[in-house]
Structures are given as structure tokens and as C-alpha cells.
Design a protein. Structure first.
Length: 547
């Protein structure tokens, strides 16, 4: 936050109804709906482009892991009819073009301030306004006053950069997957090291392996990866979907995950099926690719024995794909499949058959130090490197919000309120932080849902809430502490009924040292969550104080 003297120097914009932080898909849609409602709204984004995660994650191979016909906006029929995806799973450049197209198509550009960073915001109860401070493109101080503040900052936007001893002394470039250089990076002839084998690592490793002279993958935990079987979008599939796109979207919204209605979850228990039936079901879903393997049976994420059957199936695929048995074994995960987010890959395991690719286990011999010329492991191994790539993920869900100086009523800091872990009501609003909405934050199912569907639902709910407040002549909405406590209990008990607590994941904050270990997303499905949010609005917002 700025001091009073600095704030008085800051360029003050006219009072807004709505300040939106983030111009990714959530921010763009929020701005569109706010303008349709006649609200004075501004979206700001620290990046020089719209697109959010699809601007930041420019690493080679970055690609969506939900089919593009599903991972796209469904709120506008002409948009979904006219846009053509070139591939089944669009790559980052195409997704960024789509975000830009949406901004153009709906005339949003003049409502977006790019290269403009929020630093902090405080709720001013006397004025019933958020006072928000930031920096403009030239580094000058900015100040905004807005009745409502929408944090559309995304759940995966604060890169996790582990503090490896000696990292600053490394002589070559250190790149992070979530903050990739704008210009293409040429790794030809280089010895490249990659730390991290989550979704980002498994996407970039095959492409880096094609360029680098030697690629060394430093693996702490092996990932389960299912094939994407990506390729050009089939014209017949596109035509079939577009013939009833509204129906297709509605069927997806009725799914737990907001996608996959073409291949619904299998009923019953994996344990009740015969071995032959199970194998056939797993095989069929493996051939189709994507996340569908995890929904082959209804109990895969709630029954450890059922889960073990799928995990074993994937390990067999890994052993079949990787020629060297020792490398294959090292690539075989032992944790619950799906407990960390499943990865969707294109040629990841086969990459380890290349003579220039080496897998190094840093679970048994952790990284001791990074030196000018490479890495030293605890067992004394030295790895000489020219470039180092960190695919070490994100301080997920809460990281971006907590890195800002957000203060609610009576100066309450978000960091204090969330000291033991995040809490809110409906995954949308925080007690003590009136008129602050969070899209894709803790306590909502976004992490398990087609994010476009989740964004549309939450943004529509916020938009409706703003309209309802205006219609009722109210200025302010804030959840009660009791409602917040009940919601937290719901989030916790939903997770406890599953296998999601059985491993270290970013869902739990376990990937960031010192972060409170609390399961952050809501398990239970998109359709149920969405219906509950609608019911709350319908009933006049029980659990919220309107003033
Ligand atoms: O990050 P991750 P990500 N020392 O946290 C390792 C979405 N996404 O960027 O598992 C050594 O999954 C860490 O090891 P471990 C998607 O939701 C989607 O890959 O903690 N290693 C792990 O291997 C995804 O889930 C797509 O033991 C360290 C890796 O780094 C989410 O973003 C593509 C370490 C981090 O994996 C995050 O994915 C990309 C340390 N100190 C991302 N710290 C799509 O396909 C971390 N690691 C759409």
C-alpha cells in the first residue's frame, strides 16, 4: 500500500462501480457483463496483454488439457459458432489469439488498462468504497476508487520459485515455465536442466529434448500422465457439436467437472467389474485420451483399492513406453492417481528413450546447491548445465491474493484472516471484506472443473448479485463469519471423504514451504455447486449481510 503522501500524488481515476483485477478469461467476461449492466467498470492487468494464464505460460508445448470445443466461452452463440479451433487441444498461441478475439469482438479494449499492476486495496467503510493502489505502465502511482472489487487474478498465477541455495550464482539463464521469455529461446547445442515434472514440465520436456544437446530432468515426484492424442480438430466432430452447441454446453454444465459429456463417467465400482471388463474400460479411455480415465468408475477418487487398479494400469503403460527398465521404474508414481492433478501429455514417457535425455531422482538425493556451472545433489553428483528451467508450479489459489496488500473492514489484512488457511463463503466472498469478490479462489470447485465453465458461472453469479443489490437499494454485501465457518467445514469434510488428502499437492498448499496445509478447492462437483450458488441468490442471499 502507498503512504498517504504517495497516494495523494497518485493519478486518481473517476470513481468506478467495479474494478476488475485481471484481464484473463475471467476478467474479460466480468468486464463484458458489467458493461452490459451499465456499470462503470475497469479491468487492470499487470501483463502487457490480455489472456492471463495463456499470456504468462508461453513455454514450448503449453497447451490446454481439456478439449477446446469445451474449454471456450459458451455465453455467446455467434462467438462459439464462428470461432474455429485448429486442434483438439489448442496450443498457447491459439488460446491467446482467442482471448484477444474476445476482447475485440465485445469491444472491451477501452475498458482495460494493461501493464497496470495492483499493489493493494483497502475497504473504506465510510465511503463504502474500495481504495485501490497500483502502478501504471510507466511506473507511476495509480489510485482507483470502486464500489466493488473483483479479483479475477486466476488460481495459478503466482509462480512458485523455490529458493535453491546458490540459484543466483548460476551462470546461464534460469527460466520459469510460468514466466517464459517473449522471444523464442534456442536451446540448440546446450546442456539443459529441468526441475519439475508436473503438467508444465511434462509438456515442455519433449520439446526441449528435441532441441537440447543434453536434457537432464530432475524429478522429485513422478507424475501420472495420460495421452492427449492431440491432432487437428475433426471437421465432423466440430459440425456435430456446433449443430447443437447450446445443448452440448448445457450437458457439460450438468457434469461434475463441467466437461466430458461426450464420454460420461462409468457407473459403479471398479472393484465390482471383472478384471477383463476393467481392463477393457481403462484401455478404451486410454485410447480416447485426456482425463476420462479417472471417471471410468465412480469410486476411483474415493476408494483406495479402486484407485490402485487405475494406478497400476498407468504404471503398466509407462513400463511399456520406456525402454530402460530402471528409468521406467523411476517414472512410475506410487501415490494415489488423481491426488495431484493428472497430467495430459504428448509423448512425455517416450522422450526418455532418447539418447540425449536423462532422468535424475532428486527425491533420494535432493538438490544441495546450484553453482555457477550447474547442480550439486546431496549424494555428491554434479550436473553441468548451460540453462536451467524451473517447471516448479505455482503458489496456487491463494498466492496472488496474499502477495497483495488487501485490507478489509477496520484494516483487517487478508493474510491475518487467512493465517491458518483460506476461508470464505461460497468460494466467492470473504467475511470482513465487503464487496470483494474472488473468481477461481479457494472454496470453489474451479481446480476440478473446466475453468471456462467455472468462470462463466462465478462471473454470472457476481453480475446477478450486483444487479440484485442495486434493485434492493443496497450498497454492500459481505458474508457472515458463521456462514464462512460453515463453508470451510463443508470444504474440509468434502475433501475428507475422498483420497485427495493422501498426497502432497498444490490443492493442499503442500508444494510451497510454510504454506498452511489446507485443502483449498471444493470437491463435490460443478453442477451441485452451481445449483447451490443459484439457490442462495434466489433466497435473497442467506449467509450474507446486505446493508
Ligand atoms: O506445477 P506442479 P505445474 N524441488 O505444481 C516440482 C495447471 N497446468 O506448473 O510433486 C524440486 O504441478 C514438483 O515436485 P513435487 C494444472 O492445473 C495446466 O506443472 O512437489 N522439485 C512438481 O514435479 C497443473 O496442475 C496445464 O514433489 C520441485 C513440479 O515441480 C498446474 O497448472 C499445463 C520443487 C511442479 O508441478 C500446475 O502445474 C501446465 C522443489 N523445491 C499447468 N518445487 C495444461 O495442460 C516444486 N517441484 C492446461
Amino acid at each position: 500500500m502507498l503512504t498517504t503522501a504517495q497516494a495523494s500524488d497518485a493519478q486518481d481515476s473517476p470513481a468506478l462501480d467495479l474494478l476488475i483485477v485481471g484481464a484473463g478469461f475471467a476478467g474479460l467476461y466480468m468486464l463484458h457483463l458489467a458493461r452490459q449492466q451499465g456499470l462503470r467498470a475497469l479491468a487492470i492487468d499487470a501483463a502487457p496483454s490480455v489472456g492471463g494464464t495463456w499470456y504468462a505460460n508461453r513455454y514450448p508445448g503449453a497447451r490446454v488439457d481439456i478439449q477446446s470445443m469445451e474449454y471456450s466461452f459458451g455465453f455467446d452463440e455467434p462467438l462459439q459458432q464462428q470461432w474455429h479451433w485448429s486442434e483438439r487441444y489448442a496450443g498457447q498461441p491459439e488460446l491467446l489469439r482467442y482471448a484477444n478475439h474476445v476482447a475485440e469482438r465485445f469491444g472491451l479494449r477501452d475498458g482495460i488498462a494493461l501493464s497496470t499492476r495492483m499493489l493493494g486495496g483497502a475497504y473504506d467503510a465510510a465511503a463504502a468504497q474500495w481504495q485501490v493502489d497500483g502502478l501504471g505502465p510507466d511506473g507511476s502511482r495509480r489510485h482507483w476508487r470502486a464500489r466493488f472489487l473483483v479479483m479475477a487474478t486466476g488460481p495459478l498465477s503466482a509462480p512458485n520459485r523455490p529458493s535453491f541455495p546458490g540459484l543466483a550464482s548460476f551462470d546461464g539463464p534460469v527460466l520459469h515455465s510460468a514466466d517464459w521469455p517473449l522471444a523464442p529461446v534456442d536451446f540448440s547445442g546446450q546442456r539443459v536442466g529441468v526441475i519439475g515434472t508436473g503438467s508444465s514440465g511434462i509438456q515442455l520436456i519433449p520439446l526441449l529434448a528435441e532441441q537440447a544437446a543434453q536434457l537432464t530432468v530432475f524429478q522429485r515426484t513422478p507424475a501420472y500422465a495420460v495421452p492427449a492424442h492431440n491432432g487437428p480438430l475433426e471437421a465432423a466432430y466440430e459440425a456435430r457439436t456446433k449443430a447443437d452447441y447450446a445443448g452440448f454446453r448445457a450437458r457439460n454444465r450438468a457434469m461434475r467437472t463441467g466437461f466430458g459429456s461426450d464420454l460420461p463417467p462409468g457407473p459403479g465400482s471398479a472393484l465390482d467389474a471383472s478384471a477383463a471388463e476393467r481392463e477393457a474400460s481403462f484401455e478404451a479411455r486410454w485410447r480416447i485420451g485426456g482425463f476420462s480415465l479417472l471417471s471410468a468408475y465412480a469410486d476411483i477418487m474415493v476408494s483406495a483399492p479402486a484407485n490402485a487398479l487405475v494406478a497400476d494400469f498407468v504404471r503398466r503403460q509407462i513400463r511399456a513406453a520406456v525402454h530402460d527398465p530402471a528409468t521406467a521404474e523411476l517414472l512410475c508414481p506410487q501415490h494415489t492417481i488423481g491426488c495431484k492433478r493428472l497430467c495430459v501429455d504428448s509423448g512425455y514417457y517416450a522422450t526418455f528413450n532418447r539418447p540425449n535425455v536423462r532422468l535424475v531422482d532428486i527425491a533420494s538425493a535432493p538438490i544441495e546447491a546450484i553453482t555457477a556451472s550447474g547442480l550439486t545433489l546431496a549424494d555428491g553428483q554434479q550436473h553441468r548445465l548451460d540453462s536451467l528451467v524451473l517447471a516448479t508450479g505455482f503458489d496456487a489459489i491463494t498466492g496472488t491474493l496474499l502477495r497483495l496488500d488487501l485490507r478489509g473492514r477496520d484494516g483487517l489484512r487478508l493474510g491475518e484472516h487467512w493465517a491458518a488457511g483460506p476461508r470464505n463463503h461460497l468460494g466467492l466472498m470473504v467475511a470482513g471484506f465487503p464487496n470483494l469478490f474472488v473468481v477461481g479462489g479457494p472454496g470453489c470447485p474451479a481446480a476440478f472443473v473446466n475453468n471456462m465453465v467455472s468462470i462463466e458461472q462465478q462471473v454470472q453469479w457476481i453480475s446477478r448479485c450486483l444487479a440484485d443489490l442495486t434493485a434492493a437499494g443496497r450498497h454492500c454485501i459481505e458474508p457472515t463469519p458463521e456462514a464462512e465457518a460453515q463453508w470451510l467445514a463443508k470444504v474440509n469434510s468434502a475433501a475428507q471423504a475422498t483420497l485427495f488428502l493422501s498426497c502432497n499437492s498444490w490443492y493442499l498448499g503442500a508444494n510451497v514451504p510454510g504454506k498452511p496445509r489446507q485443502f483449498m478447492p471444493l470437491v463435490g462437483g460443478f453442477a451441485a455447486y452451481s445449483a447451490l450458488c443459484d439457490e442462495v441468490a434466489q433466497q435473497g442471499y442467506p449467509g450474507f449481510k446486505l446493508s
